[in-house]
Design a protein around this ligand. Structure first.
Ligand code: AKG
Ligand code: FE2
Length: 278
């Protein structure tokens, strides 16, 4: 009895017939391949203790301990992604890819739903590989020659323009000093595909270009990646788990459930240095 893998359009696949508490080597190999191919895998009705969630993540690599999110009590490896009924702000409410400000960006995260609103609170994903493939050859070639700067300062740093009600959600603003330069078109370390690696959350400008000069081209690329045909939408239920690849996808947590609680557990896995497509 194998697993089922149901692609969700340009990005993502829903995986059925699997209990993430019990993965045999053959199933694990199938999941690895599907993750590299589809960019994000969705699972339903999983019963994961914190220990099981950690063990699952460790199949993909070392766990990255998040500097900015509040950890789950007694589990520093697990970050809490929480929005309370009286809060307006949510974490990840704009398109972004996590950790692009790190020299070696994290591979991805395994986000597990503990408590979700009955409607709303979905997460959108976009394929940065399909988005690159659908550009014309002229711009592809130009983009392959560029590198871009990414930073955590304007998001998690002391000068970040965050609303008042995020107090307690983020920590260690003084440690938000990461800047990194990455190729604009990376070669995906597992699939070998060319991927457009810029995002509105953390990319500040192209190397050797000013912020103003970079803005129009970045805006064009952001609009292109976010085209509906490059995205999918995941509706959460308690026990759902999404495991995304930061190198191949963007995500956005839709903030449309004010007055309701949403609580997720997130584990992030370390990645590898990113190489230029060429
Ligand atoms: O809550 C979500 O759906 C995603 C939030 C987010 O951006 C993240 O956990 O990295
Ligand atoms: Fe995120």
């Amino acid at each position: 009895m194998g697993i089922t893998v149901q692609p969700q359009g340009a990005v993502g696949a829903e995986v059925g017939g699997v209990d993430l508490n019990h993965l045999d080597p053959a199933t694990l190999a199938e999941l690895r391949e599907a993750h590299a191919q589809y960019g994000v895998l969705f699972f339903r009705d999983q019963q994961l203790t914190p220990e099981a969630h950690i063990a699952l993540a460790e199949h993909w690599g070392e766990i990255n301990i998040n500097r900015f999110f509040t950890p789950v009590e007694n589990y520093p490896q697990i970050a809490e992604v929480r929005k309370e009924p009286d809060q307006q702000f949510n974490i990840g409410g704009g398109w972004h890819t996590d950790h692009s400000y790190d020299q070696i960006p994290a591979l991805g995260s395994l986000l597990y739903a503990k408590e979700v609103p009955t409607t709303g609170g979905d997460t959108l994903f976009a394929s940065c590989g399909v988005a690159f493939d659908t550009l014309s050859e002229g711009i592809k070639d130009m983009l392959r020659s560029l590198r871009a700067l990414h930073s955590s300062r304007h998001v998690f740093g002391q000068s970040a323009a965050l609303p008042d009600d995020v107090t307690g959600l983020f920590a260690n603003a003084d440690q938000a000093t990461q800047d990194a330069v990455h190729p604009v078109v990376i070669r995906h370390p597992l699939s070998g595909r060319e991927i457009l690696y810029v995002n509105p959350g953390f990319t500040t400008h192209f190397e050797g270009w000013s912020v103003q000069e970079s803005a129009p081209l970045l805006q064009f690329l952001y609009g292109h990646i976010a085209r509906p045909e490059h995205t999918c939408r995941f509706h959460w239920q308690p026990g759902s788990l999404a495991f995304w690849d930061n190198r191949a996808t963007w995500h956005l947590a839709v903030n449309d459930y004010h007055g309701h609680r949403r609580l997720m557990h997130r584990i992030t896995v370390e990645g590898v240095p990113l190489a230029a497509a060429r």
